[in-house]
Design a protein around this ligand. Structure first.
Ligand SMILES: Nc1nc2c(ncn2[C@@H]2O[C@H](COP(=O)(O)OP(=O)(O)OP(=O)(O)O)[C@@H](O)[C@H]2O)c(=O)[nH]1
Ligand SMILES: [Mg+2]
Length: 212
């Protein structure tokens, strides 16, 4: 455990990333005995771009200018038994209510039931405010300690504004969950990428027995 927490995060070769499949049912995920890190958040906040930034491969995860780019749950493997999961964004107004409810149901079920879920990365646009569906997720994950909030698109703000917004998000989020680590992030200039990799290293270290 100690060895992995102190491990040089560059030792995990994210470039080995492989797209495995797109699914729309939890039962199509791998056997529930692996390590999964889920990327969740509103549409267009930059979840797919963050997977690309992490892997260093620009187009492994499909990204788009318009919200609603990721329509299915996409599964990426880094090494055996270690997966990154790209969720469709919530709150996208252009999909039918039926599909919206289906997405919410899937995400809630996944968070509640999935044993392999070892880390949750919630992305938010740093320029916006803490929103309702993020609060719902934060409340639901209150007992799960392995969460990081990435305040993405930090490249769009000055250092001064970034500090103000980080403080704002910290104060708002702590009303619901005091256990959440909050980082500024940008998949354009890689701000926060090292910290994210370190965090994932710790999550892996805590579950190292599953990596065999
Ligand atoms: N400036 C800036 N733009 C970003 C950043 N991350 C993502 N974007 C842009 O935001 C848009 C959406 O990015 P995606 O990664 O597709 O967002 P998503 O959260 O996966 O969206 P959905 O799949 O619709 O849920 C794209 O135009 C990206 O170029 C960032 O850190 N900085
Ligand atoms: Mg996406």
């Amino acid at each position: 455990m100690k060895k992995y927490c102190n491990m040089n995060f560059n030792l995990i070769n994210y470039k080995l990333i492989k797209f495995i499949k797109s699914i729309n049912k939890i039962k199509d995920l791998p056997k529930d005995k692996c390590i999964e890190i889920a990327f969740i958040g509103y549409s267009n906040v930059g979840k797919s771009n963050t997977i690309n930034a992490l892997s260093g491969i620009k187009k492994i995860a499909f990204t788009g200018k318009k919200p609603g780019t990721t329509k299915l749950i996409n599964l990426y493997q880094i090494i055996k038994n270690f997966y990154l999961i790209d969720f469709p964004g919530y709150g996208f107004s252009n999909i039918s209510l039926k599909n919206k409810n289906k997405h919410t149901f899937l995400l809630n079920k996944y968070i509640k039931k999935r044993k392999s879920l070892k880390g949750i990365i919630i992305l938010m646009d740093i320029r916006q405010k803490l929103k309702k569906l993020d609060i719902n997720i934060i409340k639901k994950t209150i007992k799960k300690k392995l969460i990081i909030v990435l305040l993405n698109k930090a490249d769009k703000l000055s250092n001064n504004k970034k500090t103000i917004k980080k403080k704002y998000f910290k104060n708002e989020i702590k009303k619901y969950n005091n256990n959440i680590n909050i980082q500024t992030f940008s998949s354009i200039n890689n701000e926060g990428l090292k910290i994210l990799k370190k965090k994932i290293n710790i999550w892996l270290a805590l579950n190292i027995h599953l990596l065999k």
